[in-house]
Design a protein around this ligand. Sequence first.
Ligand SMILES: NC(=O)c1ccc[n+]([C@@H]2O[C@H](COP(=O)([O-])OP(=O)(O)OC[C@H]3O[C@@H](n4cnc5c(N)ncnc54)[C@H](O)[C@@H]3O)[C@@H](O)[C@H]2O)c1
Length: 301
Amino acid sequence: MLQDRVAIITGGGRGIGREHALLFASLGAKVVVNDLGGAVDGSGNDVSAAQSVVDEITAAGGQAVANTESVSSFAGAKAMVDQAVSTFGDLHVVVNNAGILRDRMLVSMSEEEFDAVIAVHLKGTFNVTRHAADYWREQAKSGTTTDRAVVNTSSGAGLHGNVGQTNYSAAKAGIAAMTVVNSMELNRYGVRANCIAPVARTRLTLQTPGMGEPMQNQLFDPENVSPLVAVLAAETCPFNGQVFSVYGGSVGIYAGWSIAESVETEDRWTVDSLAAAMDTLPRTVQVNSQMTQLAQHMTGG
Ligand SMILES: NC(=O)c1ccc[n+]([C@@H]2O[C@H](COP(=O)([O-])OP(=O)(O)OC[C@H]3O[C@@H](n4cnc5c(N)ncnc54)[C@H](O)[C@@H]3O)[C@@H](O)[C@H]2O)c1
């Protein structure tokens, strides 16, 4: 399905990204496995993270090359795109997956903790897509138009909010919005952009207190996420500008922010008339969130 597609997978050394890289290569893709090899909080680096996945792929007869740039570096992201093109001759797919966590309640979150998470997730997604888009625009201008795909990684925390994750939720909501904008802007160059909100057992989720045991359920095997990313990356995929929920055997398409009910006036509202009209609106609106679905799955409901 991905024969000869050239793909960059950021954060491909571990967790969900590693599964994407292995699946992509097994489907014939030529993969740039990017991973800084940092700790969960983004500190440090270990080049063996990306290289070990490349070794696994090549041992199985696939094609891959390691890249250890940080996605948070604008210049590093350009080097990553350049490496894909110089090594494999083209670039068809960017999977923005690299991520870190610096969880903290808002009242104690430091500026550095906020900035670090935004830098890897939100700016990192911008950085790689931005340089890939440059290359894709040049290709389209010179008459080479073929299907290209961006697959971004959001999170239920970004789409619905999560306590202790002001930085992460803001970044992940921004990534979903960036996907929609990029899908509109880049389509003229043959590029589709979609986004996933996965749930899986990785070091990121295992560090959350109380998650260790529930996460052992096979629903949360990280390899359950990758087939969706392969579908979204394939040349024949019709989707553009969409956000998908994925875990276990469940894949859902989000309706996005959607107006549930409204109040209207023919005249201009006064504060009093608006307050009275708004009193008829529900105080909260029920949505079909990933957490709602997960709870049903876990309880067999
Ligand atoms: N695991 C889940 O349930 C879950 C849920 C929602 C979203 N996500 C998202 O999925 C993605 C993958 O997470 P995971 O759970 O597999 O975590 P993980 O920690 O296992 O993998 C993330 C990888 O990204 C790499 N990385 C971190 N910063 C980097 C940088 N600056 N440049 C390049 N690589 C970098 C890390 O070294 C690591 O190998 C993340 O974007 C995460 O936010 C995961």
